[in-house]
Design a protein around this ligand. Sequence first.
Ligand SMILES: Nc1nc2c(ncn2[C@@H]2O[C@H](COP(=O)(O)OP(=O)(O)O)[C@@H](O)[C@H]2O)c(=O)[nH]1
Ligand SMILES: [Mg+2]
Length: 318
Amino acid sequence: MDIDLQKLKDGDRRTLAKAITLIESSNPNHRKSANLLLDKIKNNPHDSMRIGISGSPGVGKSTFVETFGEYLISLGHKVAVLAIDPSSPIAGGSILGDKTQMEKLSQNKDAFIRPSPSSGTLGGVANKTKETIILCEVAGFDITLVETVGVGQSEHDVANIVDFFLLLILPGGGDQLQGIKKGILEFADLIVVNKEDLNSNLAKSTQQEYQNALRILSSDDQYQQVLTCSAEKNIGVQKIWEIAEKKLLARQVSGATEKNRTEQEIRWLDKLIIEGLQIKLKTDQDCQKSYNIALNQIRDKKSSAFESAQNILKLFFS
Ligand SMILES: Nc1nc2c(ncn2[C@@H]2O[C@H](COP(=O)(O)OP(=O)(O)O)[C@@H](O)[C@H]2O)c(=O)[nH]1
Ligand SMILES: [Mg+2]
């Protein structure tokens, strides 16, 4: 599969789609071409913005991405949308559901929408997504929105490929407040109560509740803001961008975005090394043999985990 780099840089959609298919492929030859391609574009200068959008199923992420995406395009941006759904295979229901929901946006020539592979790739959910973002940026999309379900590892992984993380919550989600410490404080740069059109008073009180909690939990005055919106009725979206853009631009100017991206790359390095070792452990015959021996010895109390691990690790370096 040959990718015409010039066409990609010119923003040709078919070339972009083809390039993404190439980097998603697990065929070793494709991987080689993909690495060559990624190598050629790694120093491509760009002032891009990568924004993660997370929240429980049904909170309105896809609807928000569509409304927000249209708004960004109206300001002159070109917007790529990558949707990760770890709960369903690509051909399965919910990604298709998302696609129909983003009907308007998908018709827009300044938008590019693509589901991202959900599993079974080295580096987990977000590895290919990160490479896909880079391809989209080379093709001229200056803002990428990554939609991910706010559960477990995928959210964690997505936080490691974006510059800014937006969390959507529902009005009246007081019980969600329990998770505020580990979830929200760790990831979110901005929290938005969606569906305010359904019950504006409830949305406002939820906003207050979260804002107070964040203020109390914060050690300085840098705590995240909480806003309300209606993705469906297109209310509050402008204010969200005003605040997000201000933060993103400040981080670009101070060099924080660049620094963060480098740190993300280093975390990927560590993750990929560990995964590579795990794959060797599972696929290499000698490793497998030693591992099975170790299991039995531990069960028979003939060896400790420490001793067995030392023996297996020796195989990695032989
Ligand atoms: N009333 C109202 N409904 C909304 C709003 N945003 C999304 N929805 C509805 O909530 C449902 C789930 O939305 P969806 O975008 O698929 O949520 P996702 O699972 O988080 O991607 C759909 O029926 C939407 O039409 C909103 O702002 N107000
Ligand atoms: Mg969705």
